[in-house]
Design a protein around this ligand. Structure first.
Ligand SMILES: Cc1ncc(COP(=O)(O)O)c(C=O)c1O
Length: 526
C-alpha cells in the first residue's frame, strides 16, 4: 500500500477532497438508513449491527481509505442519535451548525496544538482574541477580562474551583441541590471539602437557605450558582445570590454552561442579569452555541485570576523564548496538546454575527414555549412549568414514574424519539431539551403524538411476562447476541386509571412495533 497522503500542505486539500466526498456520502446514506432520530432496536441490536458492519477494526491487511471511511462512517451515522433530528431532544446535546463542522475540518487538517506558539502561530492569535472578546461579553465593565477554552462545562467548573482554591486555600463550596454533578466531582478531585448543598425546593437555589448556610459556615467560601440547570433549565436568582456573597465575604462562581449564551440575545439577556458579578463563569458553546464538542469556556473578570495556571515546561515555554516575545500558551489550560476549538467558534460568530446568534437563540426559546403550549393543550399530558430557556418537562397524565420511564425507553428502543428524564417536584418527568432552531411546530406536535400513542399502547398491553430475550444474561459473544423484539418493554399497569381518554394518532397504531422508523415529511433530519 502506498504511504497515505497527509491532510496539510498544498497537497493536502487535493488528497482530502475525494475522502471528504466519501465521508459526506456515507453520512447521507447512514442517516437515510436510520430514518429517524436514533437507530431502532435498543443497545444489543445496534451494537451487533454496528459490529458486523465494522469488524475487524484492526485487520492484518488494511482495507484502504475509501472502504474504511465508507463502512465506519456509514455505521456511525446509521447508529447515531442525531441531534439534527427534531425528535432527538434528550440532553444538552446540540445539533452542530454545518459551518462549525466545516471549520473543524480545517482544525483537523492543520492540527495546531495550543500548548506552544511554535505549533499554533495563527491559531493562538485567533484564540487569544476570541477569548478576550467572549470574556468582554460576560464582563463588559471589567478592565481586563479574560477566558480560557475548556473541553466543556465539567473542566470549566473544575478550573473555577481550582482558581478559588489557589486564591484562598481549601475553600468550602456551597451549591444548591440543582447544581451539576461536576461541581461535587471537582471538589473531590481537588481535595476540597464536599460541597454543602442548600435546597432548591422550586428548582432554583433558595436564597434564605443560602443566607443561613453562609452565616454558619467558616470561610473561605465559594458559592456555585447555576444559570440554566441540567434538569429544568431554570436560572438561580443570580443578583440575590451575588448580594449574599458580598454580605458574607464569599466568592461566587456561576455555572452558565447552558444559559450563558443568552447574553448574546437582547431579548433574553435579562434572564442572566447578574452574571458579571461572579468571580468566574462557565459557558458551553457546545450547548446553546451549536458547536461540535468541545467548546467550553471559563471566563474571569481579571486576566491575573488565571495566573495560577502558569506552568514551566522548558520544551514548550522556556523563559528566554518568552522573554524574546514567543507567547506562553501553557498557562491557558491544564491540558498540554489541545485542539484549536476557538476556530469553529470564531467562524460561527463572524459568519452569523450578533444578530444571527440572537436569532438562533430566540427561535430555540420560542420553540420550547410552543412545545409547552402544545402540552398544555393536550389533556393527556401534564406540563411541569413554563420553560425558562429551552427545556420542557412533561408527563402522561395520571401515570406513575415507572410508566414515564417505560415510555421513554420504548421510544428509544423503537427509534422513535430521544427524550430525557428528570426528577422534579418529587416525580419523574419526560424532558425535551430543545436546541434545534429548525424544529417546526408540526414536528413538536408529532413528538407529543408519539408520546401519547406510546403511553396508550403500553397501558393497553395485557400483563404478559416479559420476553425471555429481555431477561436472559448477556450473551457470551456479541455475534451470538439474540435480536431483541422490536418492542422489548415490560408491560405496565396503570397506577391510577388515566383520567382523560387518550387518542392515538391515526398514523401510529398503539401496538405498532416497527423495527425502523420511516421518516415522514414532518421529521426529516436536517
Ligand atoms: C449546568 C451544567 N454544567 C456543566 C455541565 C457539564 O458540561 P460538559 O458536558 O460540557 O462537561 C452540564 C452538562 O450538561 C450542565 O448541564
Amino acid at each position: 500500500m502506498p504511504t497515505p497522503p497527509l491532510a496539510g500542505g498544498t497537497a493536502g486539500p487535493a488528497a482530502l477532497r475525494p475522502l471528504v466526498e466519501t465521508v459526506l456520502a456515507a453520512l447521507h446514506d447512514g442517516a437515510a438508513r436510520r430514518g429517524g432520530p436514533l437507530p431502532a432496536g435498543g443497545p444489543d441490536t445496534v451494537t451487533s449491527r454496528t459490529r458486523s458492519a465494522t469488524h475487524p477494526l484492526i485487520p492484518n491487511r488494511g482495507t484502504g481509505a475509501e472502504h474504511a471511511l465508507r463502512s465506519l462512517v456509514t455505521a456511525l451515522a446509521e447508529g447515531a442519535a442525531d441531534p439534527a433530528h427534531p425528535h432527538c431532544a434528550a440532553h444538552l446535546h446540540t445539533p452542530p451548525l454545518a459551518l462549525a463542522a466545516a471549520a473543524d475540518l480545517a482544525a483537523s487538517a492543520l492540527n495546531p496544538s495550543m500548548d506552544s506558539w511554535d505549533q499554533a502561530p495563527a491559531a493562538s492569535a485567533i484564540e487569544a482574541d476570541l477569548t478576550t472578546a467572549l470574556a468582554a461579553e460576560v464582563y463588559p465593565h471589567a478592565p481586563a477580562p479574560d477566558a480560557v477554552i475548556t473541553s466543556g462545562g465539567t473542566e470549566a467548573n473544575q478550573l473555577a474551583l481550582l482558581l478559588a482554591r489557589e486564591r484562598h486555600g481549601p475553600v468550602q463550596t456551597v451549591c444548591a441541590a440543582n447544581a451539576h454533578h461536576s461541581v461535587a466531582r471537582a471538589a473531590w478531585l481537588l481535595g476540597l471539602p464536599e460541597p454543602v448543598v442548600v435546597p432548591a425546593p422550586t428548582g432554583t437555589m433558595d436564597p434564605a437557605a443560602l443566607d443561613q448556610a453562609l452565616t454558619e459556615l467558616h470561610r473561605p467560601l465559594l458559592v456555585v450558582a447555576t444559570a440554566g440547570t441540567t434538569d429544568t433549565g431554570e436560572i438561580d436568582p443570580l443578583d440575590a445570590i451575588a448580594d449574599l456573597c458580598t454580605t458574607h465575604g464569599a466568592e461566587l462562581h456561576i455555572d452558565a454552561a447552558y444559559g450563558g449564551p443568552l447574553l448574546l440575545s437582547p431579548t433574553h439577556r435579562p434572564l442572566v442579569q447578574g452574571l458579571e458579578r461572579a468571580h468566574s463563569v462557565t459557558l458551553d458553546l457546545h450547548k446553546l452555541g451549536w458547536q461540535p464538542a468541545s467548546a467550553g469556556i471559563l471566563a474571569v473578570p481579571d486576566r491575573h485570576h488565571l495566573d495560577p495556571l502558569h506552568h514551566l515546561a522548558p520544551y514548550l515555554n522556556a523563559d528566554d523564548d518568552t522573554e524574546a516575545g514567543l507567547p506562553d500558551l501553557l498557562g491557558r489550560s491544564l491540558r498540554t496538546t489541545r485542539r484549536p476549538d476557538a476556530l469553529k467558534i470564531a467562524v460561527t460568530l463572524q459568519a452569523l454575527g450578533r444578530d444571527g446568534l440572537a436569532d438562533l437563540i430566540d427561535r430555540t426559546v420560542a420553540s420550547a414555549h410552543h412545545l409547552a403550549d402544545l402540552v398544555t393543550k393536550t389533556p393527556t399530558l401534564d406540563l411541569y412549568d413554563r420553560p425558562t430557556i429551552s427545556t420542557v418537562l412533561f408527563r402522561p397524565t395520571g401515570t406513575d414514574d415507572h410508566t414515564v420511564a417505560t415510555v421513554r425507553r420504548t421510544l428509544l428502543n423503537r427509534g422513535h424519539a430521544v427524550l430525557g428524564r428528570a426528577h422534579a417536584d418529587g416525580r419523574l418527568w419526560l424532558k425535551a431539551t430543545l436546541l434545534n432552531p429548525h424544529t417546526t411546530p408540526g414536528e413538536l406536535q408529532t413528538l407529543l403524538d408519539l408520546v401519547t400513542a406510546t403511553t396508550t399502547g403500553l397501558l393497553a398491553q395485557p400483563p404478559t411476562p416479559p420476553h425471555p430475550a429481555t431477561t436472559t444474561a448477556q450473551p457470551a459473544s456479541p455475534e451470538a447476541a439474540p435480536t431483541p423484539p422490536a418492542s422489548p418493554e415490560p408491560t405496565i399497569t396503570p397506577a391510577h386509571p388515566t383520567p382523560h381518554p387518550t387518542t392515538a394518532p391515526t398514523h401510529l397504531a398503539p401496538h405498532e412495533a416497527t423495527p425502523h422508523h420511516h421518516p415522514t415529511e414532518g421529521d426529516t433530519p436536517r
